[in-house]
Every structure is written in structure tokens, then in C-alpha cells.
Design a protein around this ligand. Sequence first.
Ligand code: ADP
Ligand code: MG
Length: 575
Amino acid sequence: MSEKQTLSFQAEVAQLLHLVTHSLYSNKEIFLRELISNASDACDKLRFEALNDNALYEDAPNLEVRVAFDKEARTLTITDNGIGLSQQEAIDNLGTIAKSGTREFMGKLSGDQKQDAQLIGQFGVGFYSGFIVADRITVESRRAGLKAEDGVRWTSSGAGDFEVETITRPQRGTSVTLHLREDAADYLSTWKLKSIIGKYSDHISLPILMRKEEWKEGEDNKGGEMVLTDEWETVNQASALWSRPKKDITPEQYQEFYKQISHDHEAPLAWAHNRVEGATEYVQLLYIPSHAPFDLWNREKAAGVKLYVKRVFIMDEAEALLPSYLRFVKGVIDSADLPLNVSRELLQESRDVRAIREGSTKRVLGMLEDLAKQEKDTAAAEEDKAKYGKFYAEFGAVLKEGLGEDFANRDRLAKLLRFASTTSDTATVSLEDYKARMKDGQAAIYYITADTLAAAKNSPQLEIFRKKGIEVLLMTDRVDEWALNYLQEFDGTPMQSVAKGAVDLGTLQDEAEKKAAEEAAETFKPVLEKLKEALKDKAQDVRVTTRLVDSPACLVVTDSGMSMQLARMLKQAGQ
Ligand code: ADP
Ligand code: MG
């Protein structure tokens, strides 16, 4: 390909570009974070590929990013000596969005700029964010290992298409040049760029270099100005955030790092940063987000934890590091023991990974327990008290998956659950709260499952419980039915569905009631026989019951049977 070629963006890219330039206006400066993060990713990739092929370093083993500007030309250039792009990679990676869930994501956009801007942020516009400030972007690149003549120039004004051509580029890696819009000229300033880098990219583990500025006196005392010199200086801390001691990291730095790895605009609810020593050594930096991503329910949804080995980036979305019910957790695990060439398959079998997974799971549960404790702490700030409720509204349903997935931590998980009940319309009742309110002689924790809160509350099966003032938990999450199969008891008290079998209210039922029931059963025997005969293909049994107060009849399933809710769910799923 020596001719210049004009190619069209994938439809989704064109759509996204339009959105980027129209809705990310309020937070323009993030473009620099995105481009520096790409440069850093490219260096990580080179380091990783070079593990098996040291020649890829060519004659430039020191990986770095350079940020430079030209006031006259009104350009800003971000250059890295990372892995680079081949011509085909430039076409594929800068012309399409390969990310999974792109379609789904596009479907969620509402047309409301503010809302969409948040979603776009989450999705990570990445490279295309350059078009917020630039009306033309030129990318020049050569992939590590290719010949100088196999370089590529990609250029686009961010409308419907882009151009690619072959160039000769002796140095490996990529430079992205932004031709800034008139209203973005304030980025042509060392001070401004340094402050953005300090804010967003301080923790990038590579050095970010800029030209040094020097004060130059004006002639004849006409005042002076700062001029750029040919000397370069490092403008960030250049050490991975998690490898620094805790005491040297500010909350703002932790939050900024979170935003960078999660593409989330909102600050996280909590984080934990620890160096774990012992048989398996690793650093964990784990965050609990304050809201769910748009694709939380996507089964193939990526896990949120990045794996590093001795500060070398190994992989994103390392699902072996946490159980799937904690897939909302974001962060970094940096292992001191794993081999650098570890693969996803190897991770599944590694003993060290198992230890990391157990340790990290405990750490996350610990963070959640702390948030839950804060909820009841009268001395805590309102904002802190609200955190667990906020967490639970977003992620409670996912947490319940843990009951079936993580037997070792089931008791801890059960304590973290919250439900609505006949005394609370919101999911705020813990099983401990429930137990504390149980009536004398009550032998079980009662619950009912239904599609909606209204359906649960109006169920005739609750009548007797209402009459006796017994609290019943109302479960309306799709996963409840399934999850409850794994929670037969809590702290020694059995969990009992009020829709199953003959509800035994035990000593809560007085002698007179029992006697009345027996008498009724005797009196209605002939009627029951007739009903049984009439319903013989439809119902297994017909009984006289004391559970109803106002309704004439209700349907229940046998104790061992599938509940109606589950049966309905399976039917919906076509089983
Ligand atoms: P993401 O970084 O989430 O993959 P981006 O939109 O930021 O998405 O980047 C898209 C792709 O373009 C990257 O995955 C990468 O393949 C390529 N790319 C972008 N910047 C660079 C760079 N500086 N060096 C090499 N490849 C790059
Ligand atoms: Mg990116």
C-alpha cells in the first residue's frame, strides 16, 4: 500500500465521533489522559511481547512518552516508543470499535447529552476523544519489528472517513498529532499540560517527558517570556501508584487512578490497598464503584481487575483473580510470584492465583462489611452512612449470586444481604435485623418471592402472617429464587418460603386454632374429596388451611417442589 487510501469508519465509530464532539464538551481535557493511557498501553504491550523477543526493543530500550506542542502550527503531539501499529492495525484499530458490547452500548444512548456523556465516559471513548479538541488528527506509527519503510500515516478530520498511506519511519512506536481547534489553543502551554498530566497521569509507570522552558529576557527591557529549550524533563512521578507506600498517596490520587482504570466519572465508594506477604506475595488495590456499569448483566462481561507481575502489565480483565459475583470490583493485582509469561489457562490452575483469589475475595467482603457497619454508626457522616445502601441498590443482586458460587464465604455473604419486608418497602432489612425482631416461638425466617413488590405484598399467602404480626421478607430480584436454594438457614434459623407446603407456625399457632383447623378438615372432608376429584390433573392435593384470613383459596407448592416463581422463570427461559 503505497497509494493514499481513503476508507470509511465503521458506522458505530461515525456515530460515536459525533457524540464525542457534541457531548464531552464539558470535560475536554480528558483527551490527554486517554492518549497518554494509550501510549502507556502500547509500551506495556511492547514490554510484554519483548519477553519472548528481546530484539523488539531495537536500539531504544527505555520506554517513554513525550508530549510536545507547536504554537505556530497549533499542534499538540503525543509520542511513544511502544509497540506501534502496522498499516492493517491502524485501519482496524482506529477505524472500528472492536470492544465487546459496542452495539449494546449504542442502544443505551438516550440523546440526552449529559446522560450520554456519562455513558460514553464509562465505555471509554479513548482515542476518539482527541476530536473533542482537534479538527484533524494525524497518527504516524511503525510497529516494533517491522522495517522503517513499513510505517503508516493515518489521518482524519473525524467525519465519515480517514486516510492511510505508507511512510518511512525509522523510530518505533506512535505519534499522535492533534491539529487543535481554535477554541482549544489554551492547551499550547507547558503549564496547562503539566497540570493536566499531574492530575490524570501522575501514576503512569512510564516517564512522561516535556521540553524544559526557560525564561528569556526581552531586548531593551521590553519584558521577557518563557521559551522552550531542547532539553527534556520528566513531568510525572513515573512510578506505578500501587507500588508506592500508602502514606504517600492522597485520596485524590487513589480516586484519579480509579477513574483512569474504570472510565467512571464518579468517585468509588471504597478502596483497599495492601501489600500481602507470606507464601504468596502480591499487592492489591481494589475499588468498589458507586454505580453499576451499563453491561453488568452481560454474562461475558469482563472482570474488572488488571493483572501485573512485578509491575509488568500482563492482562486486563483477569477473571481468575476474583469470583464472578464480584465482577463489579475494579483494580490492580501485582503478583511477585507468577511467571511473566502466564496465560489465562495457566492462571486457572495456579496455586498462587488461588491464594490471591481467596485473599482478594476476603478483602472485598471486608470492605463491604465496613460500609455496612458505617451505615449503623451514628457518629458517621450522612454521606458515609448512605454508602452501603447505595452499593446495595446497584450491586445487591450480583452479590446474591455469591450464595451459590462461594460456599466458603456464604455466612459472611448472608449477613451482607438486604431485603424489603412487610415492614419495609425498601431493601434495607438484614437477616440479623429480622432475627432480632422475631416473635417468641417463631422458628423460621419467612419469605415470599414474586415478580414485583406489589405482587409480593398483596399475596394471600401473607394473610395469616399479617394477622399474627409476623414479618415476612419480600423478595423480588430475579436471582432470589435461585440464590435462596443455597441459603437453607441463617445463623441456625431455617429459611422458610411462605408459598411452600403447609406452613407450620409452630408454637405461634394456639391450641384453639389447631383444633378449629382439625374440625374444619373433618367437616369439609366431602367437599375436599370432590375438589380433589375435579382438580385431579391440576393439583396434587387440596387441603383445609388456616393460613388464609380474607381470601377463599390459594395455590402453594409442595415443600420439596420448585417454587412457582422458579417454575415461571424456567418456563420463560423455554425449559
Ligand atoms: P482502548 O485503549 O480502550 O483499546 P482506544 O480508543 O483508546 O481504545 O484505542 C483504540 C486502539 O487503537 C487501541 O486498542 C490500540 O490498538 C490502538 N492504539 C491507540 N493508540 C495507540 C498507540 N499510541 N500505540 C499503539 N496502538 C494504539
Ligand atoms: Mg485507550
